[in-house]
Design a protein around this ligand. Structure first.
Ligand SMILES: [Zn+2]
Ligand SMILES: [Zn+2]
Length: 101
């Protein structure tokens, strides 16, 4: 399965919706409530959730804690960072977000 195709699956759309709800309808980086919102993987190294169809490659559908809700600007910002900066930024998000669960 191609990643592009995966992003159009119902299972991914439901995941993004759940993450959006968990975030309380706001960006988990800057707190804005103005969408559109994107679901961003903190890592692709985590195992898929139990029950994930085998056609989905490992790391694409991890536990919800590995996915954050970001508005477009924050999402674009994260993807423009150098790998090192992205690592630190993601780490901060991980700590503020996963530590609260
Ligand atoms: Zn934001
Ligand atoms: Zn992303």
């Amino acid at each position: 399965m191609k990643y592009e195709a995966f992003l159009k699956t119902d299972i991914w759309k439901q995941t993004a919706e759940s993450v959006y709800c968990r975030a309380g309808g706001q960006c988990e980086r800057c707190g804005t409530t103005e969408g559109p919102f994107h679901a961003h993987h903190l890592t692709y190294q985590a195992r898929n959730r139990p029950g994930t169809p085998r056609s989905i490659p490992r790391g694409w559908l991890p536990d919800y804690k590995w996915i954050v809700c970001l508005d477009e600007d924050c999402h674009r910002f994260l993807h423009l960072l150098s790998p090192v900066d992205c690592f630190w930024e993601t780490r901060q998000l991980y700590q503020s977000h996963v530590a609260n669960q």
